[in-house]
Design a protein around this ligand. Sequence first.
Ligand SMILES: Cc1ncc(COP(=O)(O)O)c(C=O)c1O
Length: 427
Amino acid sequence: MKNADLQARKNAATPRGVGVMCDFYAERAENAELWDVEGRRFIDFAAGIAVVNTGHRHPRLVKAVADQLDRFTHTAYQIVPYASYVELAEKINARAPGDFAKKTAFFTTGAEAVENAIKIARAFTGRPGVIAFSGGFHGRTMMGMALTGKVAPYKLGFGPFPGEVFHAPYPNPLHGVTTAESLRAVEALFKTDIDPKRVAAMIFEPVQGEGGFYAAPADFVRGLRKLCNEHGILLIADEVQTGFARTGKLFAMQHHDVVPDLTTMAKSLAGGMPLSGVVGRADVMDAAAPGGLGGTYAGNPLAVAAAHAVLDIIDEEALCERATMLGDKLKAKLIALQDDIPQIADVRGPGAMVALEFCKAGTNEPDAEMTKRVQARALERGLLLLVCGVYANVIRFLFPLTIPDAVFDEAIGILDEVLKETVGVPA
Ligand SMILES: Cc1ncc(COP(=O)(O)O)c(C=O)c1O
């Protein structure tokens, strides 16, 4: 099978709306490496968009799924339940932020977790409104799109969206938005758009993913919690991208001294199997009536088995600590390159949720063109990198946390050469 043939067949058989970054086709993958159908090797710094924090085909995960395959693949949890779902909920309840009683419900995709968090918040408060933030990404369903704070390509041509959703700017000191301005903007919404007594929830990402890997400053998170407390609003942390050791903690909110009422999770929860969830205050989680939550595939037993393995792997291989160690190493390398490469405007991110932002030299004008060139050159050299940001000027690093040291060092070497080549610095 040839990549070019598959590409032609793909273009004829599937819609362009399902945009595809690479023009080569996966054959197999192992930990942090993948091979295409023509036998070419790539180092995978995309990890299926933050899904395989525990690496491709971790033997423990493969065994857990295979064992489950031998028992049963589907009963529909809402018809015939199984112990592994309940046990996983118990583990998540014990480990998610907050020392109050918690409950967890499982779904399939990140967008579905977000939809359900909003449903639960509305059921609990009896209020319709939701506040979200510019640059945020919450999925491709109707409410996911309504909450998302980035128009192209996610919302283009797909409206109208569900109502009663309002946006405030997410703090971004690099581009001139302070915490005080963001919090003032939320309060301004209460004057100009919606009575706070009609707001059910505020939803935010502790570190924006698609939006550019900007971390919420601690005083912003505290400010949101305070506003929520004052007005009886629920705080939802969307941890779909930040969860499961990526930021050096199991959940990114564990970097903060305040606790959300509800947390959404997906992606690396089940290491490549489709599983998402909502965890939160038991009283809030119980607000929806029986039958109001769920889905035919929600909490699929194969995916649940994978999630148990993921939690074990994170503990046994100390992946939170490893995320911090690898992230620090990468950041130190990139910061050292700043002298030679003035287009590196910022290197940031907690743990291994590292971002490299490019602006035109000496300005804070986003340089999407340079970002694209770095990504393309890296791909030519066999290193798969992802771009993000409202201005598409950020490289986000999402390598599996299980990546062997030698493969990590090889990737950093490629990156160093590619960055220097792109701006004409001698290697
Ligand atoms: C923070 C956040 N929320 C929600 C989603 C949507 O998840 P999914 O694509 O699984 O529906 C994403 C996906 O990137 C995300 O990063």
